[in-house]
Ligand binder design. Sequence first.
Ligand code: NAI
Ligand code: MG
Length: 500
Amino acid sequence: MSELERKQDRAPVPADWTYAPAPESTDIVSLQDRYGLFVGGEWVEPASGEYFTTISPRDEEPLAGVAQAGREDVDRAVGAARDAFQNGWGKASAAERAKYLFRIARILQERSREFAVLESLNGGKPIKESRDVDLPLAAAHFFYYAGWADKLEYAFPNRTPKPIGVAGQIIPWNFPLLMLAWKVAPALAAGNTVVLKPAETTPLTALLFCDVLRQAELPAGVVNILTGDGRTGAEIVKHPGTDKIAFTGSTEVGKAIQRELAGTGKKLTLELGGKAANIIFDDAALDQAVEGIVNGIYFNQGHVCCAGSRLFVQESIYEQTIDKLKRRLTTLRVGDPLDKNTDVGAINSSMQLEKIAELVESGKEEGAEIYQPPCRLPEKGYWFVPTVFTNVAQSYRIAQEEIFGPVLSVLTFRTPDEAVEKANNTPYGLSAGVWTEKGSRILAMAQRLRAGVVWANTFNRFDPTSPFGGYKESGFGREGGLHGLEPYLKFDGETEEWGG
Ligand code: NAI
Ligand code: MG
């Protein structure tokens, strides 16, 4: 039985995980030197004549000039959206709306490689994620909502659903095209028109999407895309012609938007930050749980609102879990987002890198123990080594604040009650994860966790049919699923639900 005797208690780990480079070619993407604003189906110059440069976070190289939209441009875009709503789109047959959504979905699939490369180039996320997650999901959202467009009366029986009008949509930089899909697909399915602003660091896939709209022959003005920074977003929110605002981003800006809209009667949905608990019970399949922990916090460099940034491990399996986790971290490949072998790409911007570094510093100062695997980072660009903090107290900033980077804070618990209490001890409530073999425990935990989404024995799993959204400071309103249509509809005889 020499075979058995030689069995080791740990799997052998190669000393070196270096892979030969496997870069995805960027030839498929052709960029213009400069982009205008997409208003009424045409490219127009910003009234101010002001442009800014968008770069690639992997090497800080400039990619293109992008317009800074101001008040006049917002006014023009809202006007175009209003015209399109009144003169056709709002009255178009539902099957007609579905036709365009199906077209957009198919074109996104056809051009998915081009979009995936551009997404990774402009935002820094690994190509395997933009290729296998962002793009398929973006297309799936259009397919899914295309299917609802002509079934709204069945979806909301006896409630006479009607479109609201012009939706102002402001999205962040962590899932640029996917967040666009989450916002545009339900808005159009419900019969609204749109003015959308991508984030200032990642405008390029939204601009390429304008090309898809033209290819799909979507009527002019139904979707208008304005680039610019927070000032542009604030103008969209304030404009008296936007009937509904959908925002995804920081809690701070979400609060400002809610204050601005109070008393206006505009509908509002907010999808804000998070500090999700990922809870590992001692009966969990540990190797799978470790994969779930890694996917929960290092997916997309941790730039994920529902990231599992607080890990709660049951005390009896603490040492074992941390050992396995550290070992797994040494195998993560950090580097060029366009390399197909990369697990963790570039941090989206220098600003975000500073924020992560500052919070990590605070963790060390407050007394947590830091672990970072050995890792050679590229010389140019924005990078952060995947990080684990142990010995974390609940009061530490790294256990309270959203870091939005590849940084995990580990805490422990003894009983399910303690796990619930600690997990809910946060101003946020977007998502949570539970790892256990017991179905009854999953259900009991899901009942008690104050989070919009609770994943069981998995993490960061998305599907267009499933509603997503938060409690408390993570915002309100749901995106995805049937629930995701409701914020874009008004119903006979109902008073406004939000914002009024
Ligand atoms: P942010 O909230 O400032 O930006 C998100 C979007 O809102 C961007 O399109 C931005 O141009 C726009 N915006 C900024 N100020 C605005 C205003 N006054 N009115 C209307 N729109 C405005 O987020 P930022 O500064 O990029 O990141 C800061 C932190 O926010 C991150 O470190 C992270 O913790 C959190 N965040 C959360 C996101 C989520 O998915 N929930 C996404 C992005 C950031
Ligand atoms: Mg900001």
